[in-house]
Design a protein around this ligand. Structure first.
Ligand SMILES: [Fe+2]
Length: 488
């Protein structure tokens, strides 16, 4: 909030004190307390029944048929105690369906033990990434603490709500009814399984899960069936939210935010040690014991883009690189509180190159970007494009735009909704018969802060700056989600 607006509100309250009604005072206090972006971390009190969205701009492209599933936290506050970190709200699965030119929306909370316990107690008690929890938590395993709130993947005829420190939670893709935690093999029950699986050109899926310096590597078929799982020892116990992969390699970026001993929540167990630099571990998919290590300057990150290897062995991938973990520790708390400035600059979209001779380098685009996603048809293969959210500025959290960055030309094709929108991650959806990366649509929601509703947008990936080709509006605002997946 601008200082002048704050002073104006305070001054107005003082001036009108003699005549103000209690309602006026409460309204002024509410304005003072919440930021204009606070809808992005609002509480949703229940599931959202299926509704038809209203087309408010353009028209649905011919041939665009499918479902965008999105996951994200949607219940943070309870009378007896609240989540104190953005990452610890209860997971809400959203289902945006586009058929025959029409769009519908449905959303349903993941039915986790955490949510059942906290609904019964009317208090958030479960320890999480940034929320301490208390002795009333009923946690006998990792899965018992799962908020199932981070991402979603399509696994055969199910969708899996993904978290990070425990197993995927299977849900029905039509009704969004919660089924059960997925046990890929009896000895993998309740093991960490990260929110960012990587899809290989051969149709199989790779993922990892970490606990300190131990990392489980999962290799799965397209239906989620386990092909193999192995444990790899890491050279450093870094916090790892995401990894990446080429068609032949797993790329594990070990940032200097490392686990030390300490009580929950997770952020209290981590120490920022920039003097360690960033280390990149490259594993051979065909032989996980074959590894190489690269050294880079210190940076902080949550998200990587898909990687690819050139014919000479050079590996490239992009990262939304931050200077330090201030956002993860303090910025996400600010978002959960719905007020205040977020410390530190936004992440900088950056290309990392690992040369065959062992050198590594990173080149910043100097474009503020987060939620990088590539066209899934090119996952693990040579590509030029990354779609990302943009427009974040120091102090004011959350993106206001969308852009496609071309790493070959350095060109950014960007559209800004402005500060009246909170813009969410976009996914590439290939057009029928597509052969190139650009021959795709981008699908993403935003929260229109002025009208107070969630909107769903379709962009042409080759013409982002032209703005959406179609926009539908819901009749309510869902809080901002994290990650989505498209099922055609
Ligand atoms: Fe993520």
């Amino acid at each position: 909030m601008l200082p002048s607006r704050r002073h104006f509100l305070m001054g107005a309250a003082a001036l009108s004190a003699a005549v103000a009604t209690p309602e006026m005072v409460r309204a002024a206090a509410a304005l003072e307390a919440s930021a204009d972006w606070a809808l992005a971390t609002r509480d949703l009190e229940g599931d959202v029944a299926p509704q038809t969205l209203k087309l408010i701009h353009g028209r649905a492209p011919r041939g665009l048929e499918g479902t965008l599933f999105r996951n994200g936290p949607a219940k943070f506050r309870r009378p007896g105690g609240s989540a104190t970190h953005w990452f610890d709200g209860d997971g809400l699965m959203r289902r945006f369906d586009i058929r025959e030119g029409k769009a519908t929306l449905q959303a349903r909370f993941a039915d986790t033990l955490k949510r059942r316990t906290e609904t019964e107690l009317n208090a958030v008690v479960t320890p999480g990434f940034g929320t301490a929890g208390d002795a009333r938590a009923r946690v006998g395993s990792n899965n018992d603490a799962s908020a199932a709130n981070t991402a979603v993947m399509v696994a055969g005829d199910k969708i899996w709500a993904l978290w990070e420190a425990g197993s995927p939670l299977a849900m029905d893709p039509t009704t969004l009814a919660t089924e059960a935690f997925v046990t890929l093999r009896p000895d993998l029950r309740s093991m960490p399984f990260q929110a960012h699986p990587r899809f290989a050109p051969d149709g199989t899926i790779w993922n990892v899960g970490t606990s300190g310096d131990n990392m489980v590597v999962y290799h799965m078929a397209a239906d989620g069936g386990l092909i193999d799982a192995k444990v790899v020892k890491l050279p450093r116990a870094s916090y790892l939210h995401d990894f990446t992969a080429t068609d032949r390699h797993l790329v594990i970026v070990l940032q200097p935010w490392v686990f030390a001993h300490g009580p929950m929540p997770v952020i209290n167990q981590l120490e920022w040690k920039p003097e360690l630099g960033t280390r990149v571990l490259v594993l051979d998919k065909a032989d996980l014991s074959a590894s190489r290590v690269f050294e880079l300057p210190s940076f902080f990150f949550f998200h990587l883009g898909d990687a690819w290897a050139d014919a000479d062995g050079t590996i490239r991938f992009d990262v939304a690189a931050g200077a330090d973990p201030r956002f993860a520790v303090d910025g996400a708390r600010v978002r959960a509180e719905g007020r205040g400035p977020v410390p530190g600059p936004p992440a900088d979209l950056t290309l990392i190159t690992l040369h065959a001779d062992g050198r590594a380098e990173m080149v910043a685009s100097h474009i503020a970007g987060e939620f990088p996603k590539a066209n899934p048809r090119f996952a693990g293969l040579r590509r030029d494009l990354t779609v990302h959210t943009g427009g974040e500025t120091t102090g004011r959290p959350l993106p206001t735009g969308l852009a496609v960055h071309d790493w070959s030309s350095g060109r950014s094709d960007a559209f800004t909704f402005g500060t009246g929108h909170v813009v969410e991650e976009a996914v590439f959806v290939a057009k029928p018969g597509a052969t190139t990366e650009r021959d795709a649509w981008l699908i993403n929601p935003s929260i229109n802060l002025r009208s107070g509703v969630t909107e769903l947008h379709v962009f042409d990936a080759a013409h982002v700056a032209d703005g959406p080709v179609a926009t539908w509006a819901a009749d309510l605002a869902l809080p901002a989600g994290f990650h989505g997946a498209w099922r055609g």
